[in-house]
Write a protein that binds this ligand. Structure first.
Ligand code: NAD
Length: 298
């Protein structure tokens, strides 16, 4: 039996979703406005299909409108761009999400940068990244790092001076995560595939965020006793009890880490549910901003 607090991402996400649901209900009643989220899914990647269905369902449960646009895997980039431009102009749509990955013939950067920054609920547009980096108000913050931040704060509200290590430097998770932790006055280090001594870096971290995509990369004896561990990794591995089945595993060896850490997120049930809840919150924020409504007044 481990000693760490297991951070319940499902419960925190449910709480956030309920908050959003209440605010959406008040927005509909008082402002006669229903926030809308459009999702673009290109191709038939099974995991992407599952994510999109789940996002659409949760959007509707929160009282918002969901618009899912499915395009074939061989669609031309121009068709995707035309759809994005149309959604940028559509008043019923307050948030636009392009499900990644996109097929090779489509330039991901070009599509993501075509999204109106005000509707960029994923926070991938350079305007939003720039605002986040510069600490300028009004950034749409990427959903996964935003969810991680709330998970961390649920067990460690005061982060000033803490040494935070992020393993992974992607634009989606690692880099924005570093900016958010810096804004909380952490001493931030980003490790990646070329880092010389990853175990040694990990052993010094008070807060450790793993966003790599390699099952059980981070071992229990790499962890500083009492550290907060956030496992972003989603890896599909063979189920030991049934070889035909797959199960989800994180980037951290949970069974080992739980013995050493102060708090840790499980996979599944940690970061994943928070990511979708933050997407709903960003959609609500985008809708409020389109009419200069302060969401805290709702
Ligand atoms: P990515 O492939 O874009 O980036 C992976 C990063 O890991 C790179 O920066 C690379 O330098 C680093 N890396 C690779 N091998 C390494 C090693 N041996 N040691 C140290 N660093 C190494 O991945 P991503 O999009 O940031 O996603 C990372 C993981 O998080 C994936 O498993 C993904 O499925 C998961 N993810 C989960 C959520 C969620 O909502 N829970 C959201 C996004 C991503």
């Amino acid at each position: 039996m481990g000693t760490a607090t297991v951070i319940d991402g499902k419960a925190l996400a449910q709480k956030l979703r309920q908050e959003v649901q209440g605010q959406v209900a008040r927005l509909r009643r008082d402002e006669r406005m229903t926030p809308g989220l459009a999702v673009i899914l290109v191709g038939d990647d099974p995991a992407s299909g599952i994510y999109v269905r789940s996002k659409a369902q949760q959007t509707e449960e929160a009282g918002m409108r969901s618009f899912v646009h499915r395009l074939p895997a061989d669609v031309r980039e121009e068709v995707v761009l035309t759809l994005v431009r149309g959604l940028n102009r559509d008043d019923r749509v307050h948030g636009i999400l392009v499900q990644l990955p996109l097929p090779d013939q489509i330039r991901t950067d070009v599509v993501l940068q075509a999204v109106d920054p005000a509707k960029d609920v994923d926070g991938f547009h350079v305007v939003n990244i720039g605002r986040l980096a510069a600490g300028i108000e009004g950034a749409m913050v990427p959903c996964t790092p935003s969810g991680c931040m709330q998970l961390i704060k649920s067990v460690r509200p005061q982060l000033t001076g803490q040494r935070a290590l992020i393993v992974g430097r992607s634009n989606i998770v690692g880099k924005p995560m570093a900016l958010l932790l810096l804004a909380e006055n952490c001493t931030v280090i980003i490790a990646h595939s070329r880092t010389f001594d990853l175990p040694g870096e990990c052993r010094q971290a008070d807060i450790l965020i793993a966003a790599v995509g390699k099952p059980r990369l981070i071992r229990g004896n790499w962890i500083k006793p009492g550290a907060v561990i956030i496992d972003v990794g989603i890896n599909r591995v063979d189920d030991a009890s049934d070889g035909d089945k797959k199960r989800l595993q994180g980037d951290v060896a949970f069974d080992e880490a739980v013995e050493v850490a102060g708090a840790i997120t499980p996979v599944p049930g940690g970061v994943g549910p928070m990511t979708v809840a933050c997407l709903l919150r960003n959609t609500l924020l985008a809708a409020c901003r389109s009419r200069t409504i302060d969401p805290s007044d709702l």
